[in-house]
Design a protein around this ligand. Structure first.
Ligand code: APR
Length: 203
């Protein structure tokens, strides 16, 4: 399920909020600064422990890393690094798409059922808001569609001769695994203008 809200992502009591970080992953301005301020110093300490993949780079552009949320109402922070927009001819669209895909995958791996995204790369990194929102919505819809298809297949409760567990629901007379809750994805826009851009895409 997709929701669009206007507000401050640091206030959301969801399983994971996504941080628009930089590759060093030790805080910054914008939403990165707000998240670190709200989470407290333990977040900085946790980021410091994330191994560098090369000098000065803990999270390469397009990838994602997860830490606890500490003083935030969110359980986790998923740090992702968007591309710096430089005209659109340097793979920026694919890198931004990868931010959403990798953040969603990491959330699913950590059994998150709710995740909130800021408008990655559209502040200091200068990505045009409308183009960025189109990429974000496309990637989130694709992820949720794939997850739903996977769940809809259902895992038949192994018919190993044992009686069907009383809790396992029946479908066409066969026991199927209970459906896990669908992930709720929230686009948390800091401004009403940004929220309207998303609303125009998810009519
Ligand atoms: N809640 C939700 N969204 C927010 C908040 C907040 N508290 N604060 C800012 N934003 C929004 C901005 O309005 C923008 O739409 O987050 C979006 C992303 O903007 P930036 O935070 O500037 O992130 P980005 O453009 O990806 O640039 C990342 O900025 O802060 C540094 O360390 C960060 O170097 C990195 C760069």
């Amino acid at each position: 399920m997709i929701k669009i809200i206007q507000g401050d992502i640091t206030t959301l009591a969801v399983d994971a909020i996504v941080n628009a970080a930089n590759q060093v992953m030790l805080g910054g301005g914008g939403v990165d600064g707000a998240i670190h301020r709200a989470a407290g110093h333990e977040l900085y300490e946790a980021c410091l422990k994330v191994p560098e993949v090369r000098p000065g780079v803990r999270c390469p552009t397009g990838e994602a890393r997860i830490t606890p949320g500490f003083k935030l109402p969110a359980k986790f922070v998923i740090h992702t690094v968007g591309p710096v927009y430089s005209g659109g001819q340097h793979g920026e669209a694919e890198k931004l798409a990868a931010c959403y895909r990798n953040s969603l995958a990491l959330a699913a791996e950590n059994d998150c059922t709710s995740i909130a995204f800021p408008c990655i790369s559209t502040g200091i990194y200068g990505y045009p808001k409308e183009a960025a929102a189109q990429i974000a919505v496309r990637e989130v819809k694709a992820f949720l569609a794939a997850k739903n298809a996977e769940t809809a297949k259902g895992e038949d409760v192994p018919q190993n001769g044992r009686a069907r567990p009383p809790s396992a629901p029946l479908q066409n007379g066969r026991a199927v695994a209970p459906r896990p809750p669908e992930m709720e994805v929230i686009f948390c826009c800091f401004s009403e203008r940004d929220a309207n851009v998303y609303r125009s895409l998810i009519a």
